[in-house]
Design a protein around this ligand. Structure first.
Ligand SMILES: [Zn+2]
Length: 278
């Protein structure tokens, strides 16, 4: 096994040895797309919007609360995207990213956030086994001595509703993005790495003006149940995903995602009544 470091954590090389929350989630969405990504044959298209790139915006906020050094390194590495090269704002943060500064401020000035999130050890890599398979995780902020860990998420709108086609109900962003599963995985990996059961917390900050914020726990019985269920789901589905990775079974194409659309060839007619809708 390759030892995980901050440098190789997000590499394809380590993705072939350790399953992660995002990889599992990707496989659930579309096996063909995720296999192509792992093989380096395909990557998601860069969004052609004029506004802020959501990933860069998120990492800008994230790295600020990691450390000054991490934040400066991130800004330096993404200078072209972040810093204006002409006009009145030359040398300053582009207007599309000034929202990130507001998002930072709203958390920076918050007493609960400062008390709970700030003292933790940042970007802690954890590993472990779920049944027969190796897993990796990276904890945003871990306070082992007090038995909790935090995740920091940026979100469009904390109160936006999301359609869950499987259960045919509206859900919130935490359920929609699978963060309950992520919390369950991280709790398990922390336990295996440090021998301690820790409680998850999630801080969210929105991209609205002014930004909204929220602090969430996972302590109610319903959420506890959903966390258990999420680990069961992993145990049930992960064997197949490894078989796909090892070439033992053919990946399923979801037929709808950007990868499948780009590979699509019409082979036969489908009945009108068989079109899947969300
Ligand atoms: Zn697909």
């Amino acid at each position: 096994m390759i030892e995980l470091t901050p440098e190789n954590y997000y590499s394809l090389e380590t993705d072939w040895e350790y399953m992660s929350f995002s990889q599992f989630k990707n496989f659930k969405e579309c096996e063909a797309k995720e296999l192509a990504r792992l093989k380096g044959e395909w990557e998601p298209a860069k969004k052609k919007s004029t506004g802020a790139d959501p990933l860069i915006l998120g990492n800008y906020v994230h790295s600020y609360f990691e450390s000054i050094v991490a934040h400066e390194a991130f800004v330096e590495a993404n200078k072209k995207e972040l810093i204006s090269s002409r006009g009145a704002t030359k040398g300053k943060l582009k207007s599309s990213y000034q929202l990130a500064e507001e998002m930072i401020k709203t958390l920076d000035n918050d007493k609960l956030f400062d008390f709970i999130y700030t003292p933790g050890k940042k970007e802690v890599i954890v590993t472990g086994q779920i049944n027969d398979h190796a897993w990796k995780g990276k904890i945003d902020s871990l306070v082992l001595a007090k038995g909790y860990f935090c995740d920091l998420k940026t979100v469009d709108d904390i109160h936006k509703k999301h359609w869950d086609p499987a259960n045919r109900i509206w859900t919130n962003f935490i359920e929609d993005r699978g963060y309950i599963m992520q919390a369950a995985i991280y709790q398990e990996l922390i336990k295996q790495t440090f021998g301690k059961q820790c409680q998850p917390y999630l801080f969210a900050v929105s991209k609205q003006t002014p930004p909204d914020k929220g602090a969430f726990d996972f302590e109610d019985t319903d959420t506890q149940y959903l966390m258990k269920e999420a680990l069961e789901e992993i145990k049930e589905k992960q064997d197949r995903f490894w078989q796909v990775m090892n070439g033992e079974v053919e990946p399923k194409h979801c037929g709808k995602c950007e990868y499948c659309r780009s590979m699509k060839e019409l082979a036969a007619f489908q009945h009108v009544t068989d079109i899947e809708v969300d």
